[in-house]
Unconditional design. Structure first.
Lengths: 90, 224
């Protein structure tokens, strides 16, 4: 492939987002302790649906549902953080 | 009909439908062209390179167009997919996503002609021009400099007797862009047939829509 074509390709996004977004997974082991808070204001109806989903699906939390959703968008999220670790102590 | 009669120079043409705007009629035109060439006995293939999968999702392998090869490849591998299909199929129609993306560029690099559908609206016109500029950019690469991609804009969803399509056509011609004379007129038979994943020219081969499509194909043949 010529440099010129490579440069045109590099200026636009891929058609699909299957590839990992960012280097999150690569660096995940280093940033495991560096947790941060994510806040989103959503319609009450969405929140209600989310709560109901969690009730219907034992083991799921708001965090795991959101991470699972992000994964479908191509974010590279390791499977081990898709489980609620708090469940082990209950 | 003999394909040699249709394409004496390029035996396995690749025709890509591209514009950076959704809803301009890419999939409708792709499906309709496919219907035409299927009707005349060509062994064609359609590549659905649009991540939305408008064609592949409605394709019924048991239906009227069931024997047509339809492949979904919205990835950059579309380049190789076209290459491998070219050995067996002619023509190859590629439907692309309605936004600037690498898959569309990869498909364009392998194309003989790019059709840029546009409705007679300001948004569609600017997207069509943007796509034209992209094609010109690709034509400057070593891959296509000696054999530039041909292109034509195609007016879609036009209403006969209205001034807007005439106006848009005239503006584009005055600016030096190439348009097909034939248009894909607004007809209810397109969405009706699309419910079953079919083009109107397959459901009703003698219909006005079929005549529109046939006229578009004649122009494409003369360019190829």
């Amino acid at each position: 492939m010529s440099k010129k074509l490579d440069s045109i390709l590099g200026s636009v996004p891929p058609a699909t987002s299957k590839k990992p977004v960012g280097d999150f997974a690569k660096n995940y082991s280093n940033i495991e302790e560096e947790q941060d808070r994510l806040v989103a204001v959503v319609p009450k109806n969405i929140k209600r649906q989310l709560r109901q989903y969690i009730v219907d699906n034992p083991g799921e939390t708001e965090k795991t549902v959101i991470l699972r959703a992000l994964k479908t968008f191509g974010f590279d999220i390791p499977d081990n953080i898709l489980k609620d670790k708090r469940g082990n102590n209950r | 009909m003999n394909k040699v009669f249709l394409w004496s120079v390029n035996m396995n043409p690749v025709i890509t439908l591209a514009t950076s705007k959704g809803g301009a009629g890419k999939s409708t035109l792709a499906r309709s062209l496919g219907g035409h060439w299927f009707n005349v006995g060509m062994k064609l293939a359609i590549i659905d390179a649009d991540p939305q999968g408008s064609i592949i999702n409605k394709h019924d392998p048991q239906g009227l167009m069931g024997t047509v090869t339809v492949i979904a490849d919205p990835e950059e591998t579309v380049f190789n997919t076209i290459e491998s299909l070219q050995e067996e199929y002619s023509p190859i129609i590629v439907d692309t996503g309605g936004f600037r993306n690498r898959t569309t560029i990869r498909a364009l690099v392998k194309s003989d002609i790019a059709l840029i559908p546009l409705k007679p609206s300001a948004d569609d016109v600017s997207s069509a021009i943007e796509t034209y500029n992209l094609i010109q950019e690709i034509n400057q690469t070593p891959e296509r400099k000696s054999n530039p991609i041909k292109y034509r804009m195609v007016l879609t969803m036009t209403q006969q007797g209205t001034l807007i399509s005439k106006h848009v056509r005239q503006e584009l011609v005055d600016m030096g862009y190439l348009l097909l004379r034939s248009e894909l007129n607004l007809r209810v038979s397109y969405p009706e047939a699309a419910l079953k994943g079919l083009p109107p020219n397959l459901v009703e081969p003698e219909s006005p829509a079929a005549r529109d499509i046939s006229s578009i194909v004649s122009e494409i043949n003369s360019i190829l």
